[in-house]
Design a protein around this ligand. Structure first.
Ligand code: PLP
Length: 399
């Protein structure tokens, strides 16, 4: 018979251990290490009385299964003691919009960081606006001064640290303290750091949002989102998920759970490789700046050092002024860096970006063209050689 894992004692273990143990129940799975992938809808009740009284451990496929519970519990174990519940959603964007809808009502006002993932802005400027909810964007580096932007009807503050293109690190505890003082809740897109490198709920966040598509899945083969909520917000999140009938297919839940088990080793390698590549790029004459929270000159670096326990593999570079065609030559010459959205998988990626036209509260005016890199799990030396190849192509194009 498999040993039972004592859920209550889990929190005494290091995060890496909790990633391995969390949400596991071999005794309920015939001794197998992993849960079954339950493809289900209807639950059969033994009698009509049981049906009327809803006397069953599971009610209906969309209301939770042993597979979805395993991932929810595993995420809850890694979020820490303040986590009251985790809701799984079919994508990171669905997790963001569901979390916003859970805490906002018509007539409310929400403050959103100016460096937020662009589709988050579209939810606010489109759907929330239509529902009578007003959004104000704010400087990501505002810190405690967020208090000056709060209105009578400000019910929520949305943070994303660091921003996933421009990498300013927000002072989440200061923002949370100011928000809570005025009765607003704090939502955070914590996809970059994951709960392993930033314990959002312990830093004052009420709703910590993950695009599980990225590092949790970790293999570019699943769309997944999660909202981890504290005591203040969990009931509203759960109710919203149930009312909208939101759920995730069991195979995707399973891929999320499978990815989560190796998150610590993957992130450690992403971090090590990204730091090495970032430092190499920083000393190249073609590069004006490297936007990486762990580098001393990144806006908010001191906050990153204070609040985060690691850095993942995503950062950006600012080229010295050069023609757009030269940047294209750089990107097209790369063999190991694929060109594509998303990140957090095992593979390296590179995309050009320009958020000047998107921002409304701050100006984004870098010295030259900008490119975002995701550093995957390939050999670091091969990746550096690939970037060098790109820079040679860039020079040939500029000449
Ligand atoms: C920072 C950030 N948050 C959320 C999302 C949305 O995740 P998904 O693609 O799973 O909807 C993304 C996707 O790129 C992202 O980069």
């Amino acid at each position: 018979m498999a040993k039972t894992i004592d859920v209550d004692s889990l929190q005494s273990f290091a995060p890496e251990t909790r990633l391995v143990l969390g949400g596991r129940d071999p005794a309920a799975n015939h001794g197998f290490v992993n849960p079954a992938v339950h493809h289900v809808s209807t639950v059969l009740y033994p009698s009509v009385e049981d049906f009327i009284e809803r006397r069953a451990r599971y009610l209906y496929g969309r209301r939770g299964t042993p597979t979805s519970e395993a991932l929810e519990n595993a995420l809850r174990d890694i979020e820490g003691a303040r986590c009251r519940g985790v809701a799984l959603l079919p994508s990171g964007l669905a997790a963001i919009s569901t979390a916003l809808l859970a805490v906002l009502n018509a007539g409310d006002h929400v403050l959103v960081t100016d460096n937020a993932y662009q589709p988050t802005r579209k939810v606010c400027d489109g759907f929330l606006k239509r529902m009578g909810i007003a959004t104000t964007y704010y400087d990501p580096l505002v810190g405690a001064d967020i208090a000056t932007l709060m209105r009578e009807n400000t019910r929520a503050v949305f943070v994303e640290a660091p921003g996933s293109l421009t990498f300013e690190v927000q002072d989440v505890p200061a923002i949370a303290a100011a928000a809570h003082q005025r009765g607003a809740v704090v939502l955070m897109d914590n996809t970059w750091a994951t709960p392993l490198y930033f314990r959002g709920l312990e830093k004052g966040v009420d709703l910590s949002i993950q695009a599980g598509t990225k590092y949790i899945g970790g293999h570019s083969d699943v769309m997944l989102g999660a909202v981890s909520a504290n005591e203040t917000t969990w009931k509203r999140v759960q109710e919203t998920v149930h009312l909208f009938g939101l759920c995730v297919g069991p195979d995707d839940v399973y891929l999320g759970l499978r990815g989560l088990r190796t998150l610590a080793v993957r992130l450690a390698q992403h971090e090590r490789a990204a730091m090495k590549v970032a430092r190499w790029l920083k000393q190249r004459p073609e590069i004006a700046r490297v936007l990486h929270p762990a580098l001393e000159d990144c806006p908010g670096h001191a906050t990153w050092e204070r609040d985060f326990t690691g850095a993942s593999g995503l950062f950006s570079i600012v080229f010295r002024p050069v023609h757009e065609n030269a940047v294209r030559a750089f990107l097209n010459a790369l063999q190991l860096f694929g060109i594509g959205a998303s990140w957090g998988g095992f593979e390296s990626l590179a995309i050009p970006f320009d958020c000047a036209a998107v921002r409304t509260a701050t100006r984004w005016n870098p010295e030259g063209p900008t490119v975002r890199l995701h550093i995957g799990l390939e050999s670091i030396d091969d990746l550096i050689a690939d970037l060098e190849r790109g820079l040679v192509a860039m020079a040939a194009c500029s000449a």
